[in-house]
Every structure is written in C-alpha cells, then in structure tokens.
Design a protein around this ligand. Structure first.
Ligand SMILES: Nc1nc2c(ncn2[C@@H]2O[C@H](COP(=O)(O)OP(=O)(O)OP(=O)(O)O)[C@@H](O)[C@H]2O)c(=O)[nH]1
Length: 239
C-alpha cells in the first residue's frame, strides 16, 4: 500500500518555494526561476523507515493577486510548508498571515514546518542575513506548539524549522524526510504497510532523469487537475 499525503507550500513571492520543490523532485535549480502563476503540482514517492508515502506537493503562487485561490490548494493538506527568504525580514513577517489562515481553516492535526531559504547567499555574505535562525525557532515555539506538541511532548520549535539552499540542495531532502516522519507518526495505520527493506528515499515517480514529468499535474482551469505529460520539460504550471 502506498499512502498519499498532500503537502502545500505557502509564502511570499520570491521566497523560494518553487526552487525548493524543483530541487527536491527534479534535482534541478534555475537561477531565473519564473514566478508561479496560480499553483503547480508535483509528486514524489518517499520511503521513510520502510513506509512508502507519495507526497503530492502543491506549490502555490506568492503573488498577492493569487491569494484568494490558496484555499483551493491547501484544502485537505496533511502538511503546510511556510517558506521565507532568510535575507528578507518582510518575507518572514509575511508567513504569519499564512499560518493564521491554515490554523483557521485546517484540522488541528495539520503539520506545519517553516523553511528559511537561500542559505548560500548568507554563506557568501553573512551581512545579508535578515532573519536569525533563532528568531525562526522562537517563532515556532510561540506559534506552533499548540499543533505540533499535542502528540509529541518532546517537541521543540527547532524540530519544525529548517534552513535550506535549493541552489546546492543543502537541507532539501531533510525537510521532506522530516515531514514524512511526522505524517507517519500521526497515521499509525501507515506503519502496518511497512516494507521489509529500508530506503532513505525512492526515485521520483514524477520525473525521469531528463526531468520529463510523467505524473505531474497541470491545472488547466480552476478546480480541475489532470495527470498528464506536460508539453515542455519545464515544470507544469497553472494557467
Ligand atoms: N541564490 C539562491 N537563489 C535562490 C534560491 N532559491 C531560490 N532562489 C532564487 O530566488 C528567486 C525566486 O525563487 P522561486 O523559487 O521562484 O520563489 P517562489 O517562492 O516560488 O516565488 P513565487 O512563485 O513568485 O511565489 C529565483 O530567482 C530563484 O532562482 C537559493 O537557494 N539560492
């Protein structure tokens, strides 16, 4: 049995959501990643502790004009990934309204992780950092404890915070591995489908070596998702 779990990425325009997902699913990075229109959908199978989970990853647009569409994408999500750019305090501040919205509209068992992006920029020039990691952890302590510690008393804010670099892939797999572990912990039935062999991660089922998406969803109109082969090798996008 393969369990499906819906994961949605939310955050300010340019925070690095698409780059994170494209690095994870296709193992690629684009210096001039185009801004997402509406949302895009990618999927990837992951095996954690012998349990197979197919992550259905919804990458939403950060542009304000698409904000009203967001509920369509986060509905029934098992996990929300809130992204901010560690060189942009405003992108960190922008996360709060997304968090409030998720808490108001989704079940209390929603898993929320916070991902600071573009670690390479700070490595090159530490003065560019506008959000200390400790600030993120404190934010998580203050705002996620109610949902994250409910079934895990040893939870600390650090457990839900990540800093990554999509450009060189640092920390990217760990984000999805960590999320999947929590999904499995919260859905004990998944453990019954445990495989004998243990893999860190399976191959993507949505992409082959050349990045040709096989099971990548393209939203052709609002509310309609089709599983189809896209025309180009680029990531499918909403239109
Ligand atoms: N140096 C560096 N640039 C990055 C990194 N991640 C993303 N970027 C760049 O930041 C810009 C925005 O990245 P996107 O992934 O499109 O951001 P987004 O949050 O999906 O943006 P919207 O689709 O507009 O919401 C692009 O030019 C990326 O190349 C990173 O790890 N390092």
């Amino acid at each position: 049995m393969i369990a499906d779990a819906k994961v949605v990425l939310l955050g300010a325009q340019g925070a690095g959501k698409t780059s994170l997902v494209v690095r994870y699913v296709h193992n690629k990075f684009h210096d001039n990643q185009q801004s997402t229109i509406g949302a895009s959908f990618l999927a990837k199978k992951i095996v954690v502790d012998g349990v197979v989970v197919r992550l259905q990853i919804w990458d939403t647009a950060g542009q304000e004009r698409f904000r009203s569409m967001a509920p369509m994408y986060y509905r029934s999500a098992a996990c929300g990934i809130l992204c901010y750019d560690i060189t942009s305090k405003s992108s960190f501040n922008a996360m709060h309204s997304w968090l409030q919205e998720l808490k108001q509209n989704l079940n209390s068992d929603i898993i929320i992780h916070i991902v600071g992006t573009k670690l390479d920029l700070v490595r090159e020039d530490p003065s560019r950092r506008e959000v200390p990691f400790e600030t993120c952890i404190q934010y998580a302590e203050n705002n996620l404890r109610d949902i994250e510690a409910a079934d895990n008393p040893s939870w600390t804010g650090r457990d839900s915070c990540h800093e990554i670099c999509a450009k060189d892939a640092e920390g990217v797999n760990e984000v999805f591995e960590s999320i999947t572990r929590t999904i499995i912990r919260r859905r004990p039935i998944l453990k019954k489908s445990r495989r004998n062999s243990v893999h860190y991660e399976s191959d993507s089922f949505s992409s082959d070596e050349d990045g040709d998406a096989l099971n990548t969803g393209t939203i052709r109109s609002i509310g309609t998702v089709s599983l189809q082969e896209p025309a180009s090798k680029e990531q499918s996008r909403c239109c």
